[in-house]
Design a binder for this molecule. Structure first.
Ligand SMILES: Nc1ncnc2c1ncn2[C@@H]1O[C@H](COP(=O)(O)OP(=O)(O)O)[C@@H](O)[C@H]1O
Ligand SMILES: [Mg+2]
Length: 255
């Protein structure tokens, strides 16, 4: 597809697969979120009980109330990215900064990475880059790819998301000319993509996870979103290294 804008409406089937995958991501993130809520919640309960006991002076009541307020704000901040992602609806293309999209997606995945003791960092993106894209769909694309990377990485390992400007040729030998793109490279510290699934991995319902743990939609949905934006996805796996998923999205033409 040559169009560089997200102008096509997805088919109802595509919209349903995206919806299913979005909820699969939400479900996967819930345990980490619940874990991160427990510590501030315990502080809130403890302080509120202390105040309610009546055995504290006015200064202690004030200090306790401040702690309750601070910890409640922390609770809200932990839940907000997940609620935003769950409610997010495609609103059509706009001028977006890919670095900001990556950072929002990584913020959403932080409790998941934290629970699994995996460090996730973004590199690059220093220069101003603009995509003409739907921010909600791009966040979903990123989340689907980075969730896989975090899942594949053992405890103590690292995932990197590198953002750069590049010139790249669309795959498939269509003779399409090279384009100016944003290239996002997601690398993990896992075992790499199984050779048997690598050629098929961007198709829907391809999964090596135990049934119930993965419907095989993540990479297919991610590839579909890239394609809808005139871009593409490439999956690589070199022996002895983790997987490398590359996302190519055409830069917006300015002016
Ligand atoms: N970073 C990765 N490292 C190793 N294998 C991966 C990685 N990402 C995807 N895969 C493989 O690709 C399959 C398909 O991924 P995906 O489309 O996200 O579906 P699901 O995660 O539901 O299985 C996974 O089951 C797994 O075998
Ligand atoms: Mg997945």
């Amino acid at each position: 597809m040559k169009s560089s804008s997200a102008s096509r409406n997805p088919s109802p089937a595509t919209a349903q697969l995206r919806h299913a995958d979005r909820w699969a991501i939400v479900a996967r993130l819930l345990p980490g979120i619940a874990h991160d809520l427990s510590s501030p919640l315990n502080v809130v309960v403890g302080r509120a009980r202390l105040i309610a006991s009546g055995g504290v002076d006015a200064a202690q009541v004030e200090r306790g109330a401040r702690i309750v307020a601070d910890q409640s704000a922390k609770l809200a901040a932990i839940v907000a990215p997940l609620l935003d992602f769950a409610r997010d609806e495609p609103a059509g293309p706009a001028a977006v900064d890919p670095a900001a999209i990556v950072d929002r997606a990584l913020e959403l995945l932080a409790p998941f990475a934290h629970e699994r003791r995996v460090a996730v960092t973004r590199t690059g993106g220093g220069e101003p880059l603009v995509l003409h894209a739907d921010p909600s769909l791009l966040r979903h694309l990123l989340a689907a790819v980075v969730v896989n990377a975090i899942q594949a990485t053992p405890r103590g390992g690292a995932v990197t998301v590198e953002l750069r400007r590049a010139r790249a040729t669309p795959p498939g030998g269509t003779g399409s000319p090279a384009q100016d793109v944003v290239q996002l490279v997601v690398e993990d510290g896992g075992p790499g993509l199984p050779a048997a699934v690598l050629p098929e991995v961007l198709r829907p319902f391809v999964s090596t996870r135990p049934s119930g743990d993965g419907a095989g939609l993540g990479l297919a949905v991610a590839a579909g979103i890239a394609q809808e934006h005139g871009g593409w996805l490439a999956a690589h796996s070199d022996p002895g290294r983790g997987a490398r998923i590359e996302i190519f999205l055409p830069l917006a033409r300015l002016g």
